[in-house]
Design a protein around this ligand. Structure first.
Ligand code: XIL
Length: 325
């Protein structure tokens, strides 16, 4: 083989990124999405608590603006996300009756997924449902949805989204699916198991979303990713990279060292993902280091800014962006 598998991909894979309403008025920010993306999606504006803040109140305007921006510029868009442990609005969290909660989930899907039906090519139906705490052997993460409905909240959500937008691809999205180690093997196995259970119940699942929040100091397991992709492919399930960025809080050597480490991480991820064939898309979690969640959650200890995204704070592309573009 000459070079990594993704370099020999038979077709260019669509590239996209998540955009945020609060920075939308910045023309330079918008231009990065307009000039470099095939897919532009709302980062937060379709999350449950933002789009459905009160039981009878939907707030569609911010998501509308972003989806309109995408379609008016000839781009595709996608939905993030329906079921998530985070972003459960207080009115919903206050409910106790499982039947009522199930009804509200269906009502939410009908209203939100139904509104954008035909305009979003895929939905992250369930986000981060796999267990993330030691000993990592419970397949499911503790969450409002899991406590209220048990693991059947997953098939309920997938069926509901399929009903509200029959053409949208249905995605099971999660993080920590790319690294080396038993913990990550378990997480990959849990995803395959959840997908199998959906299919056993004759429920469609089109793709697994690998979020791709990479840690530049943590090895990507290229072979394990390849096996994961192959196992899903045999089930008729594709991969999509949904939230790519690089967390470089433990990388020294300044910007040059960080960018070299990031390029290595992204290259390894793409090689592992492409082993089973081109993914549906590769999507970054923002475009410029000016606006990223990484400095809010995992900042460098020394006050220097993180460099997680394809373009630096001044708008210059990183080396790793050339691997994709
Ligand atoms: C993050 C956003 O980037 C932030 O702006 C927001 O404040 C919190 O959520 N995994 C996910 C995303 O699936 O929805 C998260 O996005 C990042 C981790």
């Amino acid at each position: 083989a000459s070079g990594p598998a993704f370099a020999a991909a038979p077709r260019r894979v669509p590239f996209g990124s998540a955009i945020q309403a609060e920075y939308f008025d910045d023309a330079g920010y918008r231009a990065l999405f307009r000039d470099h993306c095939d897919i532009v999606l709302p980062m937060n504006e379709l999350k449950f608590d933002l789009v459905h803040p009160e039981r009878e109140v939907f707030a569609f305007e911010p998501a509308d603006r972003l989806v309109d921006f995408a379609t008016e510029n000839g781009k595709r868009s996608r939905g993030h996300t329906v079921v998530w442990w985070n972003g459960v609005p207080p009115w919903l969290a206050a409910l106790n009756d499982p039947r009522e909660i199930e009804t509200e989930l269906r009502r939410h899907v009908d209203a939100v997924v139904g509104r954008y039906a035909g305009r979003l090519e895929s939905w992250d139906v369930c986000n981060e449902v796999v267990a993330h705490e030691a000993p990592y052997d419970a397949p499911m993460r503790d969450s409002f949805w899991q406590r209220a409905l048990g693991s059947r909240h997953i098939p309920i959500a997938f069926r509901a989204v399929a009903g509200a937008d029959p053409k949208a691809k249905l995605v099971l999205n999660d993080y920590d699916l790319e690294f080396r180690g038993e913990r990550y093997d378990r997480r990959r196995a849990s995803i395959v198991e959840i997908a199998r259970q959906l299919q056993d119940a004759a429920i469609r699942i089109d793709a697994v979303g690998i979020q791709g929040h990479l840690y530049a100091d943590q090895a990507v397991d290229i072979e394990a990713l390849g096996r994961f992709g192959e196992a899903l492919k045999r089930m008729g399930i594709a991969l999509i990279v949904t939230e790519l960025d690089v967390i470089d809080w433990k990388i020294s050597g300044g910007p040059a060292g960080q960018d070299a480490a990031a390029a290595k991480s992204v290259g390894d991820l793409l090689e592992g993902v492409f082993a089973a064939g081109p993914p549906l898309a590769v999507i970054a979690w923002g475009m410029t280091d000016r606006h990223s969640w990484v400095d809010d959650v995992m900042p460098h200890g020394d006050g220097t800014p993180s460099r997680p995204l394809p373009f630096d704070a001044t708008g210059r592309p990183k080396h790793w962006f050339r691997l994709i573009e």
